[in-house]
Design a protein around this ligand. Structure first.
Ligand code: ATP
Length: 319
């Protein structure tokens, strides 16, 4: 199977042991390994695909724990570096009783931000069929330069580039810089996924419709996706556009639904690249990706709730 190389951050979310409290009120926290690109890499192997994670962890107990989780999940760690000076990134996350998510990041700087262009495993990147990334790795140097170099190397090797914007506003110095830096790499990607919230952030329009989405279209793009949470997703390709519904589930924690969705899409893409030109095939794959996203919301945490192919097919049969 073609390799899906996922570039960026892997970290530990600390989530309160009880729901609906502020970070200050939380009586205790549980470790929930995450980081969108790492989640995608594991989503791929869970579905039987082949993936690698590329990034930097702290040379500490948490960093080695995370590398162990990648290995247990059959994700290649050939592109993982360890920093002896900086710690593995941590984030404290809570869903307060008012429904708002509260984040507190420990990245001052964390190891993931210190990956240098020289540390990249270029052979691994060149051997990939898909190179996938988000925007957190674009925020600060030297990781930003490593990200840009990795994209250039992948592009030159004929690899498909996949970009899930995955905006984390509090990590950027300003909204303006976030928007500029995210859009500065817009022309590289073959596949771009934004959520409805990110679409509004990037376009300034609160109308989640075709016109707004297509204002982000470029001739370089092969597939643009706008995910809509429980309402599924809209897709835009060169010769067609449309909508796919998701599946009804009792959502408990929507964290990582997008990563599960993207992992499923990329797994199917490396099996058959013609989905980018064939609308019927694409719709089937997006339904499958929606099922994967939906399943991931049904329990707390991300990695334990990334589905197998059989679990996704079982949900699809219930409809
Ligand atoms: P995150 O950043 O939390 O990983 P996201 O905002 O990138 O997620 P979403 O739009 O929340 O992405 O979810 C991706 C896909 O997962 C949706 O397109 C949908 O198919 C599925 N999904 C998400 N939430 C639900 C839900 N509550 N019920 C059913 N399907 C869902």
């Amino acid at each position: 199977n073609g390799l899906i190389a996922c570039f960026g951050e892997m970290l530990i979310d600390f989530v309160p042991t009880v729901s609906g409290v502020s970070l200050a009120e939380a009586p205790g926290f549980l470790k929930a390994p995450g980081g969108a690109p790492a989640n995608v890499a594991i989503a791929v192997t869970r579905l039987g695909g082949n993936s690698a994670f590329i990034g930097k962890l702290g040379d500490d107990e948490f960093g080695h724990m995370l590398a162990g989780i990648l290995k247990q999940n059959k994700v290649s760690v050939e592109g993982v570096n360890f920093d002896t000076g900086a710690r593995t990134a941590l984030a404290f996350v809570t869903l307060r009783s008012d429904g708002e998510r509260e984040f507190m990041f420990y990245r001052n700087p964390s190891a993931d931000m210190l990956l240098t262009p020289e540390e990249l495993n270029l052979d691994l990147i060149k051997s990939a069929k898909v190179f996938h990334y988000g925007s957190i790795s674009l925020i600060v140097e030297p990781c930003r330069s490593a990200h840009l170099k990795a994209m250039e190397v992948a592009k030159a090797a004929g690899t498909l580039l996949s970009f899930d914007v995955n905006l984390r506003e509090p990590l950027w110095p300003s909204k303006k810089e976030a928007k500029e830096k995210i859009l500065s790499i817009w022309d590289y990607a073959d596949i771009i996924k934004v959520s409805d919230v990110e679409l509004e952030f990037l376009t300034g329009s609160n109308k989640i419709d075709d016109e707004t989405a297509l204002s982000l279209w470029r001739p370089t793009i092969k597939l643009l996706l706008v995910t809509l949470g429980k309402d599924g997703c809209n897709y835009y390709a060169k010769n067609f556009k449309g909508h796919v519904d998701s599946f009804h589930v009792d959502a408990v924690d929507t964290t990582g639904a997008g990563d599960s969705f993207v992992g499923a899409l990329l797994t199917k893409l490396v099996e058959d690249e013609s989905i980018l030109e064939d609308e019927e095939k694409l719709k089937k794959v997006l339904r499958f990706a929606c099922a994967c996203g939906a399943i991931t919301t049904t329990n707390k945490g991300v990695i334990p709730n990334l589905p197998t192919e059989d679990q996704a097919l079982a949900l699809m049969k219930t409809i």
